[in-house]
Design a protein around this ligand. Structure first.
Ligand SMILES: [Zn+2]
Ligand SMILES: [Zn+2]
Length: 348
């Protein structure tokens, strides 16, 4: 099959690799109908997190069941399914407690190298899904791929960030980040009935989309002091909720600055650096700080109706739909933001 293979920093290539084969009765081979490039793929692309050379990457994908192992109960050939980015066994104590991304029974992340389980990813024609009954989630045959694929990662993650922000009706919310996650977190925050959403980024074309998705105000941090602007927009009080959607130490520190007393900071950015927290500010404002990796599996069925009922349209962030052979160009676009790229999806 053809697949997108990691070779080093800024070096991914679409090559012919061996077809995936069943390794256990619980496996499914999924024929990919749509995959995507995630912002977190840029970590290995930029060389921040080296992974194994020759590894098939991609952790945001969906498809139809090509082959189901004898032990698979919930899926048969032809079923349409979305994979969350994490493989989960469903029976270890972390899986049973609702934390499939902490699976200790053989789980791991698709497309992130041997260190995270060694599961080849979905920027490919086919992928092996271990523990298919618990890892995969079925979606209705009539679902449009572009609408539901992000349930496996960025929409679920963005919604999770808003949910963990504990937004109450009438609250003020700031979203840090104008990437696909920040944009979908803006749209998700809107569902909780805040009085004001302020989205902070540094690309006007993305902030324009943030406005369409629900931001009442947008701030381009290249134009003046964004902290001062947030404080002005909240009459000097600060926000009830800050959503950190970048994975940036500075955005976490900014969140602490702009949160009003009793506020909540929710973060889902992929934090790869250590961060000293100004604990006295935190202490004196009685803040709540929560976040982490989204247990996306838990959100696929929960969020599907929001798409079906038109409450949210995750396709809004798609700017490019490329054939599999052009996946390396998709990485270049997501990395450089050339052609006003926001989210690149891949059709094998
Ligand atoms: Zn991702
Ligand atoms: Zn498990």
């Amino acid at each position: 099959m053809k697949a997108n293979v990691y070779h080093g920093a800024r070096d991914v290539r679409v090559e012919t690799v061996s077809d995936p084969v069943m390794k256990s009765d619980g496996d499914v081979i999924l024929k990919i109908t749509k995959s995507a490039i995630c912002g977190s793929d840029l970590h290995f692309y930029r060389g921040n997190i080296p992974i194994d050379q020759g590894f098939v990457v991609g952790h945001e994908f969906m498809g139809v069941v090509e082959e189901a192992g004898k032990g698979v109960k919930n899926f048969k050939k032809g079923d349409k399914a979305v994979a969350p980015f994490w493989v989960s066994c469903g029976i270890c104590s972390n899986c049973r407690n609702g934390y499939p991304t902490a699976c200790t029974g053989g789980g791991g992340c698709f497309g992130f190298g041997e260190a995270l389980g060694g599961f080849w990813g979905g920027q490919a024609e086919y992928v092996r899904i271990p523990f298919a009954d618990t890892t995969l989630e079925k979606v209705p045959d009539e679902s449009l791929d572009d609408s539901v694929i992000f349930l496996g990662d960025i929409f679920s993650t963005a919604y999770f960030c808003a949910e963990w922000g504990n937004i109450k009706p009438g609250n003020t919310v700031v979203v840090f980040g104008d990437g696909p996650l920040g944009l979908l977190a803006t749209a998700s925050a809107k569902l909780f009935g805040p009085s004001k959403i302020i989205t902070v980024g540094h690309h006007d074309f993305r902030l324009d989309l943030a406005k369409k998705l629900g931001a009442d105000h947008v701030i381009n941090s290249k134009n003046g002091d964004h902290i001062e602007q947030i404080m002005n927009l909240t009459h000097g009080e600060g926000v009830n909720v800050a959503l950190e959607c970048i994975g940036s130490n500075q955005a976490v520190l900014d969140s602490i600055k702009v949160a009003r007393p009793g506020g909540t900071i929710s973060f889902i950015g992929f934090m790869v650096q250590e961060l000293p927290i100004p604990m006295l500010d935190f202490y004196l404002k009685d803040l709540t700080f929560r976040g982490g990796v989204c247990p996306a599996k838990n959100y696929i069925r929960k969020l599907l109706p929001l798409i079906q009922n038109g409450k949210i349209d995750p396709t809004a962030v798609i700017t490019h739909d490329l054939p599999l052979a052009d996946t390396p160009r998709g990485y270049e676009l997501m990395d450089s933001k050339a052609e006003n790229a926001i989210k690149v999806v891949i059709t094998p």
